[in-house]
Write a protein that binds this ligand. Structure first.
Ligand code: SF4
Ligand code: MG
Length: 321
């Protein structure tokens, strides 16, 4: 089968401007060369600490932010360079769900209007069919279809995220980019929303990119996991493989912080020294070398190649070259 989404060497740099003339004095390399593909029906988890570029990557794929360079092919069609109208049509296929459903729901809109709007924008269905679809979707995400006349503030965080998911589904997308969709929710509510996402994926043949900083959440939902550090790819493998045999020292450090119930799986906690470097002034060589417990001389001089260390298990680290 062909990939649904193919991202090649994607970069997003933000200019840094100073002074009254707002001269460009530098750039923040938020996403600095990311390449991966997502197969139909798959869930790709994308993890890394805040500032690793994962949310910028998500927005750049959808062109909510313009990519600096690179390719984003959806079903073989490069979305970079599409006109506004073509991009609007493409957004039917690719929808995003944000971390904070409250910020992304218009407080002056009823839930009914919130869910009707995307279908109106895309001229989908007749008015009565839209209304029916709103009721069906509310029911499908576990909410009372009679809620259509209420406002977002009348709902709990978990309910609001269900509304956010329902809204994304109104236009019948193939790909959902979920940007930390459960990070703001209580743990008990998190698992309900994750289970809902799993059910919806099976029922509606959805493909997910699931962005998170919480590795246990990612493990639960992902088929494969991509680990990002400072806008760069550190490691990519099947989810089970990443947890069973993490190769990159950064992945190992992230995993060592995940609480485990099985004492046999207990790992020694690896505390990283120093802070995340600024993406405006990234380290030379391996971007992780300033904090890596395994750093060698070559690491500050040469960028490690992205390569297959084991079948299907990719890593950027001089330890495996
Ligand atoms: Fe650490 Fe060097 Fe590997 Fe980078 S390349 S992760 S600094 S060992
Ligand atoms: Mg799945």
């Amino acid at each position: 089968t062909e990939a649904l989404l193919d991202v090649q060497d994607l970069k997003k740099y933000f200019p840094i401007r100073r002074g009254v003339l707002q001269r460009v004095v530098g750039q923040v390399r938020a996403v600095d060369g990311i390449t991966f593909s997502v197969m139909p029906g798959e869930t790709l988890g994308v993890v890394g600490e805040s500032g690793c570029g994962k949310s910028t990557m998500a927005r750049t794929i959808l062109r909510l932010l313009e990519p600096t360079s690179g390719k984003v092919e959806f079903e073989g069609k490069n979305v970079v360079g599409l006109s506004k109208n073509e991009m609007r049509a493409m957004r039917r296929e690719m929808q995003i769900v944000f971390q904070d459903p409250y910020a992304s729901l218009n407080p002056r809109y009823t839930i009914g209007k919130t869910l009707l709007e995307p279908m109106e924008i895309h001229h989908l269905h007749t008015a009565s069919a839209r209304k029916q679809r709103v009721a069906d979707l509310l029911d499908r995400v576990g909410l009372d279809p009679d809620y259509t006349n209420r406002f977002a503030h009348e709902f709990s965080g978990g309910q609001r995220q269900r509304i956010g998911i329902a809204r994304a589904l109104t236009v019948n997308p193939k790909l959902l980019i979920l940007d930390e969709p459960v990070a703001a929710l209580d743990v008990s509510v998190q698992s309900q929303v994750l289970n809902l996402l799993k059910d919806l994926q099976d029922d509606l043949d959805l493909t997910y990119i699931f962005v998170a900083h919480d590795l246990s959440v990612v493990r639960y939902i992902s088929d494969r996991v991509l680990v990002l550090y400072l806008g760069h790819m550190a490691e990519l493998a099947d989810a089970d493989e990443v947890f069973a045999d993490p190769l990159h020292p950064y992945t190992r450090a992230l995993l060592s912080a995940v609480p485990v119930t099985d004492p046999d799986q207990k790992r020694e906690r690896i505390i990283l020294k120093g802070d995340l470097p600024s993406p405006a002034n990234p380290p030379a060589g391996c971007p992780f070398h300033t904090r890596c417990p395994a750093a060698m001389e070559i690491c500050s001089k040469q960028v490690p190649a992205w390569q297959e260390a084991k079948p299907g298990h990719l890593v950027a680290c001089h330890l495996y070259q």
